[in-house]
Design a protein around this ligand. Structure first.
Ligand code: T3D
Length: 260
């Protein structure tokens, strides 16, 4: 891979968007590489959490507008990229049975912000900035932003951010509940990694079930959500992580989870 870095350490796959000279804006090649990296992380048994971040001063400025304009001028329109790239990227993050942490190191705009919204947890540098840049260039939200943002902060606020497209800083993102923590920029790498390592040492099967339950409950009836919770709990009680953690509790010991 050229524009996306992938490494695994302590059961954490770190995926870094690495085109800092273009604010990590997404070209076709980069989107294909990001999908490949996410798929590897999702499928690797040794990976139990994922950390997504960016190189340089941006997290991700969304679609590369140079490539996009070239496609428009050549009559190719979107060139299929929303269906071929953005949608599978977002679904791979949402559906992988492992927690994904976004460490938002700088500006996150358009599809770049949507990538962060698709993750399970977001931690931001104090200098990070978010911009729902779609409307500013005459586009509607994509990459799941219409779905994720309103579930993070409610429809009224999501509508305002998406329609007006006004950038907002990390402090406002914290206030809105878009990020769960803001740290000084120089501490983000360590704090993001610590969070991912903590999750990688957790009950991986229970985390997978938690993700699935949250996703399902977002658009189901209470009765259906209760039924799925019951099924997922049936599976969780069969894990050795559950049995060991319950025994540890009774012995007043710290549980050790091995992800099984
Ligand atoms: O085709 C499809 O797939 C459609 C799907 C679209 C999904 C989307 O993501 S739509 C939204 C696309 N993104 C944007 O509209 C964001 C555009 N960028 C900005 O609004 C601002 O650059 C930022 C808010 C991200 C950062 O502002 P600032 O002031 O910190 O930096 P800057 O000076 O504007 O940008 C620095 C450089 O990065 C600059 O290049 P230069 O002048 O130094 O050569 C700028 O052109 C470049 N850059 C920033 N964003 C993009 C970009 N180059 C290409 N594509 C970008 N998205």
């Amino acid at each position: 891979m050229n524009d996306v870095l992938y490494s695994v350490d302590d059961a954490v796959a770190t995926i870094t968007l690495d085109r800092p000279e273009a604010m990590n804006s997404l070209t076709t090649r980069m989107k294909a590489e990001l999908l490949e990296a996410l798929t590897m992380a999702s499928q690797a048994y040794a990976v139990r959490a994922v950390l997504l971040t960016g190189s340089g001063r941006a997290f991700c400025a969304g679609q590369d507008l140079n490539e996009h304009t070239a496609n428009l001028e050549a009559g190719r329109g979107l060139d299929g990229t929303v269906r071929a790239h953005y949608n599978p990227i977002v679904l791979t993050i949402a559906e992988m049975g492992k927690p994904v942490v976004a460490a938002v190191n700088g500006v996150a705009a358009g599809a770049g912000a949507a990538l962060a919204f698709a993750c399970d947890l977001r931690i931001a540098a104090d200098k990070a900035k978010f911009a729902m840049a779609f409307s500013g260039i005459g586009l509607a939200p994509d990459s799941g932003a219409s779905w994720t943002l309103q579930r993070l902060i409610g429809r009224a606020r999501a509508g305002e951010l998406l329609l007006l497209g006004e950038p907002f800083d990390a402090a406002r993102a914290l206030e809105l509940g878009i990020v769960s923590r803001v740290v000084p920029a120089e501490e983000l790498a360590v704090a993001g990694r610590a969070l991912a390592v903590r999750l990688a040492q957790g009950p991986t099967s229970a985390y997978a079930a938690t993700k699935r339950a949250l996703e399902f409950a977002a658009s189901s009836s209470l009765a259906d959500a209760l039924a799925l919770e019951a099924d997922l709990q049936d599976a969780c009680v069969k894990t050795s992580d559950h049995l060991n953690a319950t025994r540890a509790f009774l012995h007043k010991e710290r549980p050790v989870f091995d992800g099984r």
